[in-house]
Design a protein around this ligand. Structure first.
Ligand code: NAP
Length: 288
């Protein structure tokens, strides 16, 4: 089976491509400069030229705070671009794998969100991602939309790398403790995406690592594991703070745990716990 990956040089795309290759797929990987998902002609050319069986869309506008000012640009990529890709995928009879976010929810729940739960994004990024989901569904393309959360990986900026960087420079880190969710390792998400490609399901499916953490819990374990793995950590304490003490342009849901029952039922696969995933990630990052 031939797969065409868009946004292949981002955080997820970089880790996903080798996982798909190791799963036995032929993978054609395009970064943003090689395939722009907002350019209808270049999408059509790439899809008709390479004739993939599955298009895997990792391309997105992901700057959550900047999106509050750059609404049009976020909409152009996350909504319009996703729609163009879905239409072109349908036209060649291929399937689409698309990624979405826990930020489609408002965070007022206190039990894990299922795929059926009511969406209500509270920021521009989440709203544009939800619009993209709706456009894909309306296109009639055979598509699986994988909602995930709190993603970190081996490329680019992410929370884990920022915390480790901070911990090597500062005595104290102050981290928000009143937002909870599930940190997700890009390699585990990639394995889940490969399993869902194999399964062939169409619709929305949640995948994040198992368990619940606040950003403070997450940061505390990151610092501990970094120290355990030989990183020269200067930080002596991680202090819990309220979101109000760390103002950001975009509002975030204060609870965004995703229910993975459907994923387990479809694939029969276990969902690794976030602490186990973080241990594997840090061991790989600092493997000497
Ligand atoms: N990161 C998270 O915490 C998180 C959480 C939940 C869901 N997600 C979802 O997971 C998916 C992957 O996110 P990520 O973290 O890998 O994001 P990322 O690191 O920002 O990667 C996105 C990639 O898309 C590319 N891109 C942007 N505009 C494009 C366009 N018009 N055409 C083609 N490529 C374009 C970017 O290239 P340039 O850098 O060259 O612009 C970048 O390489 C996204 O759908 C995101 O919404 C992420």
């Amino acid at each position: 089976m031939r797969l065409l990956v868009t946004g292949a040089k981002g955080l997820l795309g970089t880790d996903l491509v080798p996982v798909l290759q190791n799963s036995g797929y032929e993978v054609i990987a395009f970064g943003s400069s090689e395939l722009n998902i907002t350019d209808e002609d270049s999408i059509k050319y790439a899809l008709t030229h390479h004739k993939p069986d599955v298009v895997v869309n990792c391309a997105a506008y992901t700057a959550v705070d900047k999106a509050e000012e750059e609404h049009k640009e976020a909409q152009r990529i996350n909504d319009h671009g996703a729609g163009l890709l879905a239409a072109a995928t349908k036209q060649i009879g291929a399937r689409l794998v698309h990624f979405s976010t826990d930020f489609v929810f408002d965070g007022t729940s206190n039990t894990p969100y299922t795929e059926e739960d009511k969406t209500n994004p509270i920021g521009v990024y989440g709203k544009t991602k939800l619009d993209g989901e709706l456009k894909i569904i309306a296109s009639g393309a055979r598509a699986v939309i994988i909602r995930t959360s709190w993603l970190y990986g081996h490329t680019g900026k992410c929370f884990v790398r920022s915390i480790i960087d901070g911990a090597t420079k500062k005595d104290e880190l102050r981290v928000v403790s009143d937002q909870v969710g599930s940190p997700t390792y890009s390699v585990d998400l990639s394995v889940a995406a490969a399993a869902l490609i194999e399964n062939g399901y169409s619709g929305i499916v949640n995948f994040s690592n198992e368990g619940i953490a606040s950003w403070y819990d997450f940061a505390t374990l990151i610092v501990k594991l970094a120290r355990d793995n030989g990183v020269s950590v200067k930080c002596k304490s991680v202090t819990p703070i309220k979101s109000i003490e760390y103002p950001l342009a975009a509002k975030r849901p204060c609870y965004s745990v995703l229910d993975k029952t459907l994923y387990r039922k479809l694939t029969g696969r276990p969902v690794p716990h976030w602490m186990d995933a973080l241990k594997r990630y840090i061991q790989l990052e600092f493997d000497q």
